[in-house]
Design a protein around this ligand. Sequence first.
Ligand code: BEZ
Length: 254
Amino acid sequence: MNIQWDAEKYTSDFSFVHKYGNSVTELIEAPEGSRVLDLGCGNGVLTGALKDQGFQVIGLDDSKDLLSVAEKYFPDLEFIHADATDFSLREQVDVVFSNVVFHWIDREKQPDMLRCVYKALKENGEFVFEFGGQGNNRLIHEALAKAFAEQGYSYQVPFYFPSIGEYASLLEQADFEVRYAVLFDRMTELMGEDGMKDWIRMFISTPFYAVPETQREAIRNRAVELLKKDLYRDGKWYADYVRLRMRAIKGDGK
Ligand code: BEZ
């Protein structure tokens, strides 16, 4: 997860990310007072919401920029700077929670992350999360692939968007028991007249590294043009999100 975040813009213009995340916290069954790790806490908005729900919380993220926003908004909370695929906690927690993080982690690194989560949890601890699932942003990635190809470049989707079956299997291999899983569409309104271009600028970076700076804007403009017929309605831009939401329990490893 080697991304340079524009932490302030992410917080101000992409606030839907944590607004939707509030409904993921409702899957947590542990009682008030339980210790919860917010894995990939970003700007800490959901860490703060979990605290308001009565949990003892710790946020963990590998972006110093986002953590500095989190620490500014929530000076009383504990935040740890660490990589989600290589961390350990001094004290185990009752719940590991995560929102919109795991699609940033390569498929090959997912078992490392799941091993860290397993070790971080107490016996029977809960693992509750949501991220982009199979088919996430299909229209956006298809348009980008076409716009890249027209300029003579290839485009690889820079995210991991698994199906329920694939991710349940990874969880089971890591000794988790899956208790709940759902994959669902969520068309999501973006902010402003340049909403789609801003979204591409904010979230799609690595595929552009092979493209000279002078051509990048033309590719973005072309992708936006291609997307207009499907994702621009009544003066508003939408992103074609597909969410994978799951709850699993730490098994006994037998
Ligand atoms: C998502 O929330 O699914 C997502 C956000 C940014 C980039 C890719 C996926």
